[in-house]
Design a protein around this ligand. Structure first.
Ligand code: SAH
Ligand code: TYD
Ligand code: ZN
Length: 405
């Protein structure tokens, strides 16, 4: 029996994607070393309702010098994080000489604004390559995994943090106990810990099964975050739904008794009860829908190949590793994936081995169909690729179901 990473009780499995590779392990062509695979399956804790992976991938296999993801690859996300930084500075940094810590700062997409405003800050990120990109912008970064011991080290060197922020990272960290003890060690009295991650409610509503991959260990809800917070002396004092990355929630944690919870917390908890997002029946229904989407997507792609249509994919996302490997999408069905990230170009996608080519390859010439792997950036991408539709091209998406537009 798999035990919950947060509370130690039993986890009940509800969906299994089988053997999957590391989602960000883009391969150099000709590399013959065996790829790393693990069993990708998700369950829910019977006691604290935390939805989590059944198997954990060792952290340094995923996050290292060569980790290719760059947060600044999307204009919309750059805007989102500039606005986030300004808000943190305005609302949470009222003390003299405040100190802002970010867990998983990546290329500095958020902290660059904090730095520009002259505020003391530190990003903590274990991936050396991304940390270096952030440093080039003048952002201070400690190359390390955030955990209790790191937090104590940061506190000893820099003093307490007024605010600790994290985006799309806390859900990557199985050792949430150590993270929350670290936050407790580092946070100043009255300080706040804010983190935003893909929201379970949105994943179920949109059937976005591709949010499930090695790096996403947890799929948070207000219920599960509240339970985890309370185990470590915190309270969930605010929640805010965010329209980015297909639907996220920003959770605010404060030490017990330090802040009054906003009405949004009770409202989201009530919504989760109404929608029954934590019931096994609802989670099993999700698994059924996922099987249906696989059948529809592979059927659509095979049909197009038989018609002699040319299909390429758009965005070599980590999410797409689950789509390609679970659905069996091969280079015969999808010739290549275009992506603007230099660190991914010229390589092969994990497992499925679709070649990754630069963004310009998309229009040289345009394909008949484009499979939108970066569906969470659909608005931004469709706005800049109007030429594709004008040339007669059509987009294929699979969230919430297979659609051709
Ligand atoms: N905050 C950015 C980056 C998300 S990608 C954004 O929202 O776009 C996730 C990042 O978390 C990666 O840069 C990875 O190196 C980092 N990471 C993974 N485990 C971590 C840990 N234990 N502590 C700090 N950062 C971690
Ligand atoms: P993203 O969906 O942000 O994350 P993940 O890898 O965690 O699933 O990844 C978006 C990818 O799409 C990233 O590799 C950059 C690429 N991209 C483009 O190639 N062109 C674009 O216009 C945008 C917005 C993203
Ligand atoms: Zn639990």
């Amino acid at each position: 029996m798999v035990k919950c990473r947060v509370c130690g009780e039993s986890v009940v499995e509800f969906v299994d994607f089988g053997r999957q590779p590391l989602s960000d392990a883009f391969r150099v062509p000709g590399d013959t070393r065996p790829e790393f695979f693990f069993r990708l399956a998700v369950g829910v804790c019977e006691s604290c309702a935390m939805v989590q992976l059944m198997e954990e991938v060792p952290r340094d296999r995923m996050f290292h010098e060569e980790y290719p993801y760059r947060s600044s690859g999307s204009a919309r996300m750059r805007e989102h994080f500039t606005a986030t930084a300004l808000r943190l500075l305005e609302r949470e940094c009222r003390r003299d000489d405040p100190f802002v810590v970010e867990i998983g700062c990546n290329d500095g997409v958020m902290l660059r604004t904090v730095k520009e405003k002259g505020v003391r800050h530190l990003g903590v990120d274990p991936s050396g390559g991304v940390a270096e990109t952030a440093r080039e912008l003048g952002v201070d970064v400690l190359t390390a995994f955030f955990e209790e011991e790191t937090a104590r080290r940061v506190r000893a060197e820099h003093g307490p943090a007024d605010v600790i922020f994290s985006a799309n990272t806390i859900c990557h960290i199985p050792y949430l106990d150590s993270v929350l003890r670290g936050v407790d060690a580092l946070l100043a009295p009255g300080g706040v810990f804010l983190f935003e991650d893909p929201y379970l409610g949105d994943i179920l509503a949109k059937n976005s099964f591709d949010q499930i991959y090695d790096e996403h260990f947890y799929f948070f809800s207000a219920h599960s975050v509240r339970a985890a917070a309370e185990r470590f002396g915190f309270e969930l004092v605010d929640v805010e739904r965010l329209p980015v990355h297909g639907g996220e929630v920003r959770y605010s944690l404060a030490r017990r008794g330090e802040r009054v919870a906003t009405p949004a917390v009770a409202a989201l908890l009530a919504e989760e009860e109404r929608e029954e997002i934590l019931s096994l029946a609802r989670l099993r229904l999700f698994a059924e829908r996922v099987h249906q989407v696989r059948a529809d997507l592979i059927g659509t792609l095979r049909g197009l190949r038989e018609e002699g249509k040319r299909v390429v994919a758009y965005g070599a996302t980590a999410k797409s590793a689950t789509v390609t490997n679970y659905c069996g999408i091969t280079p015969e069905l999808v010739s290549f994936v275009c992506d603007t990230t230099p660190e991914k170009q010229g390589r092969l996608s994990p497992g499925a081995h679709l070649p990754v080519r630069p963004g310009e390859a998309f229009s040289e010439p345009y394909p008949d169909y484009a499979l939108l792997f970066a569906w969470n950036h659909a608005e931004e991408i469709m706005a800049k690729e109007t030429g594709f539709r004008e040339a007669g091209g059509r987009w294929i998406t699979y969230v919430p179901e297979v659609t051709i537009v």
